[in-house]
Design a protein around this ligand. Sequence first.
Ligand SMILES: Cc1cc2nc3c(=O)[nH]c(=O)nc-3n(C[C@H](O)[C@H](O)[C@H](O)COP(=O)(O)OP(=O)(O)OC[C@H]3O[C@@H](n4cnc5c(N)ncnc54)[C@H](O)[C@@H]3O)c2cc1C
Length: 378
Amino acid sequence: MTHAFNVAVIGGGIVGLAHAWQAARRGLRVALFERTAKAEGASVRNFGMVWPVGQPAGELHDIALRSRELWLELGRAGVLTVQECGSIHLAHHADELAVLEEFRDRRPHDVRLMTPTEVAAAAPLANPHGLLGGLWSSSELRVDPRVASARIAGWLGEQHRVACHFTTTIIAVDDNRVIATDGRTWQAEQIIICGGSDFQTLFPSVFTDSGLVPCKLQMLKSVAQPESFRQQPHLASGLTLRHYASFRECPLLERVQARIANQSPELDRYGIHVMASPFPNGEVILGDSHEYGDDITPFDKPEIDDLMLRELRKVFRLADWTCRERWHGIYAKHPTLAVFEAECRPGVRVFTGTGGAGMTMSFGLAEQAWNRWLGVTA
Ligand SMILES: Cc1cc2nc3c(=O)[nH]c(=O)nc-3n(C[C@H](O)[C@H](O)[C@H](O)COP(=O)(O)OP(=O)(O)OC[C@H]3O[C@@H](n4cnc5c(N)ncnc54)[C@H](O)[C@@H]3O)c2cc1C
């Protein structure tokens, strides 16, 4: 039997949910298909950091801030807890502090510098040993990635009548029909494929020519820390300055990059920088590393965890470093685009490749895409 919808979204990660929400809030009838019983991809494996400070100034930063507003809207609607926690980048080297100062000079309205004493007061998890200062940004949010996708899907079903079909793998898109493994079909005027890093199942040739690559990250979670170590802000290290595009605005970044490349090439080899997202229950999500394309194996590398812990211990201070969990996640990344979009045939689009910023960017990117597709001027 074929059911008719305006929009079919394939993939129940944050990108698919963002599209389902944006289409539904425009009054369109939406069906969403997720192959697992609840989303298990990159969207549940991340830090839960909504991270506008990492986006380059201009359009991408504006999209991140718009996404932030939309997350806060979900928080106000009671869909999930959204904490306005902010973030601090720590400087334990003079060249890192110089980049933070340069960044502050470029974005004086977004960020401010903190003394080591101010950092210590705001962030008991920051290692005070050798700390030279920090960069405070108030725009970052924390959401719990383990619950966010399921809560948003439930809310879309209840409040926006999105028909969410879990345990439903779409194996083909034929004209304007999506076809599941068990032969069920659904008709939709527009089909948006948000399959994350699955480049094999639907329209594989589109991915072959796309430039998209999978990227694997290893992650850790600490046991709960005692009350005196609990805090609000996300923390990032000096190593993180190499990772986010926003800091490429700073010419002095080259010095940090050169020092790391000379002193610790193993960190570049595995794309390691370290961040901490402390949750209210005292557990801290820690990471991360980056391996791309053919370097990815199904097996996690203990040496990556060891390197991450070595660097984490330099910049953060936990009362108990016991790892409660270890896992990896894989996302799709494009070398130059914030997201990869392709119209495979009329009315059928692929939308993926949000890289390491899907929690930060998806809502704003989806809103922008729907405005464009429907000819709405923002
Ligand atoms: C370890 C890690 C840490 C990260 N930290 C952050 C962070 O703190 N902040 C941030 O902004 N970003 C972060 N990211 C990036 C962010 O998580 C991703 O950009 C985002 O989750 C990608 O969402 P997605 O919906 O494209 O992919 P996914 O979450 O992988 O979802 C794709 C879904 O599609 C489903 N699917 C695929 N094919 C089919 C099919 N044929 N039929 C039905 N279903 C299908 C899959 O089962 C899957 O659930 C991190 C990523 C990782 C891996």
